[in-house]
Design a protein around this ligand. Structure first.
Ligand code: UDP
Ligand code: MG
Length: 319
């Protein structure tokens, strides 16, 4: 009995990495006994020759299946498309730059066959990432897990094995803004973790700037927690109580000692402080309302231009 394994490879301008990637990944896949495999490559609006390389691969080896996006939709959308298209009984999203070492795949498959529904690959040390990136990442996980009931395991990327059941659960989630780390964690299932050391990129440059990562983190918080919305209520209540107490104190003082010195400084501080608190809380409201707005438009998470080999594209959408 052979089992079908699907790799999902999001590719955005990966022409330098692709040859290295296929050279590394194919021998590993061949070495796993009792499996057939397919590699679903999602070309996420690349502007270099990534797509033509992928098409050439698919023409020589039918186990490569290519999904071509109509533009760059981002890694989360590319993975969503991969999950929709993959047919495997187990599915593994993997980066094209070999930062997710393919040598781990046999161990993942083994754990899956032993009964795990999700096999996580955890980075033991991230010394190849810059200090700033490591520390901001650590802060993100800490904050996120403090705010949200959905715990995202620390130092676990998108590289993982998922059973078909998990994939179907993910595909049922209707949201359009797909923060995959959070969605992966949200669906649950029996999970096993394997540790590895994260290598640096095989070729090319990272596709995520600092600001993109910051926005990504914000999306994570607001997708999986409403605590940032609620905290302002309590802060506002506390502030109002303090202000009332202070007002009562002033009134009392005026009654006892007569007209006090003009209270310009305290007034100024109070006005600016509460003004800024209001601005912050409006900003937070705006963040959530923006999400509601995007979700209500019901736009699909991605648009497929073509698939290779070429049946007509399936109904687009995130689920
Ligand atoms: N990627 C993508 N769309 C994007 C950005 C990245 O499909 O808009 C892919 C990219 O080709 C790679 C994976 O996502 O296979 C991870 O990207 P990268 O290595 O740049 O991220 P990092 O490892 O720096 O977090
Ligand atoms: Mg990378």
């Amino acid at each position: 009995m052979t089992q079908l394994l699907s790799l999902i490879v999001p590719c955005h301008n990966e022409s330098e990495s692709l040859p290295v990637f296929t050279a590394a990944v194919l021998p590993v896949l061949e070495s796993i006994p009792g499996t057939e495999w397919e590699i679903v490559c999602v070309d996420d609006g690349s502007r270099d020759d990534t797509l033509s390389q992928l098409i050439a691969l698919a023409e020589t080896d039918p186990r490569f299946r290519i999904v071509e996006f109509s533009r760059n939709f981002g890694k989360e959308a590319a993975m969503t498309a991969g999950l929709d298209v993959a047919r495997g009984e187990a599915v593994i999203p993997i980066d094209a730059d070999l930062q997710d070492p393919p040598e781990l795949i046999p161990a993942m498959v083994e754990a899956w066959r032993a009964g795990a529904e999700v096999v996580l690959a955890r980075r033991m040390d991230r010394s190849t990432d810059s200090l700033l990136k490591r520390q901001t990442a650590a802060l993100f996980y800490k904050l996120h897990n403090a705010l949200s009931k959905t715990r995202i395991p620390e130092n676990v990327g998108d590289f993982r094995l998922m059973d078909r059941r998990v994939v179907e659960a993910l595909r049922q989630l209707p949201e359009r803004q797909r923060f995959m780390k959070g969605l992966f964690a949200w669906v649950g299932f029996r999970t096993v973790t394997i540790d590895y050391v994260r290598p640096s990129r095989a070729a090319g440059n990272t596709k995520f700037s600092g600001f993109a990562l910051w926005n990504f983190a914000l999306e994570g918080f607001t997708s999986f927690s409403t605590a940032p919305l609620r905290v302002w209520t309590y802060l506002g209540l506390a502030g109002a109580a303090l202000a009332l107490a202070y007002g009562a104190l002033i009134l009392l003082r005026t009654l006892i000692y007569g007209n006090p010195v003009p209270g310009y400084p305290s007034l100024f501080v109070a006005v600016t402080f509460f003004g800024s608190v209001q601005l912050i809380s409006i900003g937070i409201l705006g963040e959530y309302i923006g999400r509601i707005y995007v979700e209500t438009k019901q736009r699909p998470a991605y648009i497929i231009r073509r698939q290779y080999p070429g049946p007509p594209p399936p109904a687009p959408g995130g689920g």
